[in-house]
Design a protein around this ligand. Structure first.
Ligand code: ATP
Length: 419
């Protein structure tokens, strides 16, 4: 596999304008970029867009919030532009991502660019809605670009012979490692087996695993690997796993941990929230039940009165999930209580702080959770609660400990014991 390092990896933006890229982007895409306020490329965009546009497969590994979405949306639209007037059920491109929320976000980021293509009909395909509504819509209106989650995409491909994939030009697998570790390997392999071999494929993630490496070997042809690392943080460590963890979090992100016994965690959490009432905070819990529990408890605390406290997890109805995310996105301050359904890819503006009440089992998930703040060069902070026995995380992440004294509970913080 060829490998290149993108220039200027320590800055949010490069000096390269989208209008400088070679091969040149089309006028309508440049116009859509300008209208969205994008003039200069991020490092991952400057490296990836020219490769995909010149028919190279790419395996992209870049920090959270570094602009990976446009890095595949722009070339995807440029490639589709070369094939004017596909038939209504001719599918020219597919974008697969692990969650409904992320697929929907990609769809909306892509919309202004897709609308520059006169005859390309995009379709968002995610679970949580009647599959028949999707099949009916596809039958009636056609679909040339499918953006969605692997389960629903696979379902639609199984049911709908009317869809023709023989001329598919481009496949994008976003958050590729997550797609695989959610158990979608079979669906992804089945989707790929229906597609022509002569296509472009892009694998994107902030974290790569061996499974992604395998998928890359099976699904990509001579891919170029694009790696964009953030600057190495304060500590000088030689362990490769530690280097990879910290180089995948944005350099503008300050991460620390709080070590405390299990029975002190609830009071520490409440104390932290009381002290940061004006902030926009996301709190990650291990289970949907924990989110529900805290969603009931926190609004009852007098000390947190008036704060917007919103719950989001995978067992909520799809409409409630969408409402919760839209509400939290619109707030300038407030608290989102969630599971890892909100760990990947979500681009929520203005998040100040990420709290991990329960650390994740997989350290890669840590990187994605904290990546919901400090996006595109902005400042952000993250704190993870660790039990004394969970110290292994500290070595992996090379993060600073907050002494308990610094976070001493205020008198207002009640002692709460989760059920
Ligand atoms: N060239 C650019 N100039 C200015 N802002 C940009 C540019 N490219 C992307 N952005 C903005 O940066 C933010 C992060 O982009 P994006 O969501 O694509 O990151 P990501 O790398 O996919 O993150 P994650 O790994 O968390 O999925 C978005 O708000 C996007 O609008």
């Amino acid at each position: 596999m060829a490998s290149i390092e993108a220039s200027n990896p320590n800055r949010a933006l490069t000096d390269t304008r989208f209008s400088d890229l070679k091969p040149p982007l089309s006028e309508p895409v440049l116009e859509a970029l300008t209208q969205s306020g994008f003039e200069f490329c991020t490092p991952v965009q400057a490296a990836t867009i020219p490769l995909l546009c010149s028919y190279k497969d790419v395996a992209v590994d870049a920090a959270t919030g570094s602009g990976k979405t446009l890095a595949f949306v722009v070339p995807l639209v440029e490639i589709l532009r070369r094939f004017t007037s596909p038939k209504p059920h001719q599918v020219m491109g597919i974008v697969v991502s692990p969650t409904r929320e992320l697929s929907s976000q990609i769809f909306h980021v892509a919309e202004p660019f897709i609308s520059t293509l006169a005859n390309v009909k995009p379709m968002l395909l995610v679970g949580g809605t009647e599959v028949k509504a999707d099949t009916r819509k596809i039958e009636e209106e056609g679909a040339n670009l499918l953006i969605g989650t692997p389960g629903r995409l696979y379902d639609i491909m199984e049911r709908m012979d009317i869809l023709d994939f023989r001329n598919l030009e481009i496949l994008i697998l976003d958050e590729a490692d997550r797609l695989l570790d959610m158990g979608f390997q079979k669906q992804i392999t089945s989707v790929i087996s229906c597609l022509p071999k002569l296509r472009r494929t892009g694998l994107f993630s902030a974290t790569q695993t061996e499974a992604v490496e395998e998928l890359s070997k099976a699904g990509l042809r001579n891919p170029v690997r694009v790696e964009v690392r953030s600057e190495t943080k304060s500590l000088n460590d030689s362990s490769s796993s530690q280097q990879s963890a910290s180089s995948k979090t944005p350099s503008s992100l300050h991460i620390e941990y709080l070590e405390c016994e299990a029975d002190r965690k609830p009071a520490q959490l409440v104390d932290l929230l009381i002290k940061n009432k004006t902030q926009k905070i996301i709190i990650y819990f291990m289970t949907c039940a924990c989110v529900d529990y805290w969603g009931v408890v926190l609004p009852h605390l007098a000390a947190l009165k008036g704060l917007s406290i919103i719950s989001l997890h995978g067992k909520m109805k799809q409409t409630a999930r969408e409402k919760a995310l839209a509400l939290f996105t619109s707030l300038s301050s407030g608290i989102l209580l969630c599971t890892d359904v909100a760990a990947r890819g979500l681009d929520i503006p203005g998040v100040d702080c990420i709290v991990q009440f329960d650390p994740p089992q997989d350290p890669n998930v840590f990187i994605h959770r904290v990546g919901r703040t400090a996006r595109m060069g902005r400042q952000g902070s993250a704190i993870v609660f660790l039990l004394p026995k969970e110290e292994a995380y500290v070595e992996f992440l090379r993060i600073r400990r907050v002494p308990l004294e610094e976070r001493k509970c205020s008198d207002e913080a009640p002692d709460i014991v989760p059920q």
